[in-house]
Design a protein around this ligand. Structure first.
Ligand SMILES: Cc1cc2nc3c(=O)[nH]c(=O)nc-3n(C[C@H](O)[C@H](O)[C@H](O)COP(=O)(O)OP(=O)(O)OC[C@H]3O[C@@H](n4cnc5c(N)ncnc54)[C@H](O)[C@@H]3O)c2cc1C
Length: 436
């Protein structure tokens, strides 16, 4: 018997994977008795916001993850495809029909025992998958904190956008640390007074995303204050805060600029950079325009926009293995958004791996982990990487996958590069499962 807490996207996928192997599952779901604030129905695997699972082209990072899930026989992906609606390159679905179907299949499955109650305790001696999502109930949060032993449950209110290094114009940006301390690692985008005032003017007037009621009482951590909230305190506040120019004399011109936007490495491969202090709740279109006003970032490719909502995730780099179980309590698995992977498809992927591994644990078999040449492996290896200094949720993107060596002339050919990366991933899966 395996327990699963939460019948969302990760929990339902895990339940199907386990039932497929003819093993009994207790699947706990607290709705409709306890609500999350975002879910609107009592159905399982509900899509809380948009109806899109992202791009379906294999040359897109999210598309590659879907191709991998298809290879690994994901139940939810297969069902999503049955209920897809026209959405160009994206896999968008009729959410209602999808959730109705998943609920029906779970209720009819002889191996799955759906229990409509809030699970508040985790028994570390029983094989359990915690898939309670970003809106995990308060009682369960307390049990998770107890189990992980330190305050490993992180809450965040706003995060900063992430961009691709390749899209930065280095004729304007320069690499240097403040006061030249240590090995230069920050990318700096300098602004003169006119550029700063134009940027500021756009920022304070830019449209914001409407907060949901349950998010309105969210307290900001001072270090996570949205940039638009800081800016509203006064025209120069940012120049004494995240955009301060002091100590950043541009070595090429010997000039200390009026303001400087700093970018910090976001991944080991140094292909992704986050904008320091730019956590924001602006609408995505406004974020794009704002970032493109920054000298050097006029053509920046934004791989992840800043977002703000209540979100709960464990400090996976400290406690989780890439097999999705806890280092300390190996019977306890985590899956879905609570592990720090973000997005519908990513949650399904986590559920799939946790389901497969929970069965292996039950059978005393070696657990499965994926190489970083696959998107699923890149995600699980990223969240369980012990070297993170700060950790924020991540979705599928090319920056986390193991790079490929291309002849210089072909390096800028993104489509070709992504095609090669995608082929390499599927080949890796085929090899892995042939040997298994
Ligand atoms: C407001 C909001 C909007 C989002 N919008 C998008 C989007 O547009 N696109 C996208 O790709 N991603 C989005 N996400 C992120 C993420 O993809 C979804 O939250 C996704 O549903 C996460 O899947 P999950 O299985 O981890 O959690 P969920 O799908 O949330 O499932 C968790 C389940 O656990 C249940 N549960 C919680 N605590 C307990 C307990 N103690 N006992 C029993 N049951 C419990 C919940 O009721 C829920 O059914 C959004 C997240 C939020 C919070």
């Amino acid at each position: 018997m395996i327990n699963i807490i939460g019948a969302g996207l990760a929990g339902c996928e895990a339940a199907f994977q386990i039932a497929k192997q003819k093993i009994n599952v207790n699947l706990y779901e607290m709705r409709p008795y306890i609500k999350t604030g975002a879910h609107k129905t009592d159905k399982l695997a509900e899509f809380v916001c948009s109806n899109s699972l992202g791009n379906k082209q294999i040359t897109n990072a999210s598309g590659l993850l879907k191709a991998e899930l298809e290879f690994l026989e994901s139940f939810l992906l297969k069902t999503a495809k049955q209920f897809q609606v026209n959405a160009g390159d994206a896999l968008a679905i009729d959410r209602e029909l999808f959730s109705n179907e998943i609920t029906k299949l779970i209720e009819q499955n002889p191996y799955i025992n759906l229990i409509r109650e809030e699970k508040i305790e985790i028994n570390k001696d029983e094989i359990t998958i915690v898939a309670s999502g970003p809106l995990t109930s308060q009682n369960l949060i307390e049990s998770i904190v107890n189990l992980t032993e330190e305050k490993n449950l992180a809450f965040f209110d706003a995060i900063a956008p992430i961009i691709e290094r390749d899209s930065i114009d280095f004729s304007k940006a320069f690499i240097q640390n403040r006061y030249d301390k240590g090995e230069a690692s920050y990318i700096n985008c300098p602004m003169n007074k006119d550029e700063y005032l134009k940027f500021y003017d756009y920022l304070i007037n830019a449209p914001k995303i409407e907060l949901k009621n349950f998010e309105k009482d969210a307290m900001f951590f001072e270090s996570c204050m949205p940039i638009e909230v800081i800016a509203a305190r006064g025209v120069d506040t940012l120049r004494y805060g995240p955009l301060k120019p002091v100590g950043l004399v541009d070595y090429r011109t010997n000039v200390e600029n009026y303001a400087v936007v700093q970018l910090r490495e976001d991944n080991l491969a140094k292909s992704l950079y986050n904008l320091v202090g730019f956590q924001t709740n602006l609408k995505w279109s406004a974020q794009k325009e704002l970032i493109h006003l920054i000298p050097g970032l006029e053509n920046a490719n934004i791989v992840k926009y800043g977002v703000m909502h209540k979100n709960i995730f464990i400090n996976s780099p400290k406690v989780l293995k890439n097999t999705l179980n806890l280092e300390k309590y190996e019977n306890v698995f985590f899956a879905g958004q609570i592990t720090g992977t973000e997005g519908y498809t990513e949650s399904i992927a986590g559920g799939l791996l946790a389901g497969i591994n929970a069965v292996k644990k039950l059978n005393n078999e070696k657990l499965l982990s994926f190489p970083s040449t696959t998107m699923l492996g890149a995600l699980t290896n990223y969240i369980s990487y012990r070297g993170h200094k700060t950790f924020q949720p991540i979705n599928s993107n090319w920056g986390i996958i193991e790079p490929i060596d291309l002849p210089k002339a072909q390096r800028k050919n993104k489509k070709l590069k992504n095609e090669l990366l995608a082929n390499r991933s599927i080949k890796a899966l085929k090899t892995m499962f042939q040997t298994v």
